[in-house]
Ligand binder design. Structure first.
Ligand code: 4NP
Length: 171
């Protein structure tokens, strides 16, 4: 993964209706609270296109709304070839998503692809697909994504000011 400041992130899951819309919406809400939502472009997509054009799953919309995050305006889409040049970072929610992304990525863009929780927290776990499960699975996915988003926001701060430690030591 490159050391350049990260200006855009694409979150990717299988259907783009359960997990990646939450990852996009929760990080956006955290950045907005800090007045930093204009510094970075966020989007999400699916490796599959079955739900293209649809709103997020109503259970994802509901769990986000319970926490004051509105993801109802998002619409699902499939990953596009140009995503690999448009986004600095392309994060798959589970290892199967990452494998699919690596297979789609042009050779020069594979270093933009990573596993979401690994990049955010250093813990190389999957965010499990909740689609065939109940509300508790969505609540659990929400908690994982909330924690990861806080960590990701910190990483983005660090990536935006890579020399801040040096600067403060010279003051
Ligand atoms: P997601 O969940 O990848 O988190 O959006 C899924 C949504 C739909 C399907 C699978 C997973 N599906 O098979 O339609």
């Amino acid at each position: 993964m490159s050391a350049k400041p990260i200006k855009s992130i694409l979150f990717v899951c299988l259907g783009n209706i359960c997990r990646s819309p939450l990852a996009q919406g929760v990080l956006h809400a955290i950045l907005a609270e800090r007045g930093k939502d204009r510094d970075i472009v966020l989007d999400s997509a699916g490796t599959g296109g079955w739900h293209a054009g649809e709103q997020p799953d109503r259970r994802s919309i509901a769990v986000a709304a319970e926490h004051g995050v509105d993801i109802s305006g998002q619409r699902a889409r499939k990953v596009l070839p140009e995503d690999f040049s448009r986004f600095d970072l392309i994060l798959g929610m589970d290892k199967a998503n990452v494998r699919d992304l690596e297979a789609l990525a042009p050779p020069g863009a594979r270093d933009r692809v990573g596993l979401y929780l690994d990049f955010a927290t250093g813990n190389a776990r999957d965010v499990p697909d909740p689609y065939y499960d109940g509300a508790e699975a969505f609540a659990s996915v929400y908690r994982m994504i909330r924690e990861a988003s806080e960590a990701l926001a910190k990483r983005l701060d660090a990536s935006a000011s890579p020399t801040s430690g040096q600067a403060s030591s010279t003051m």
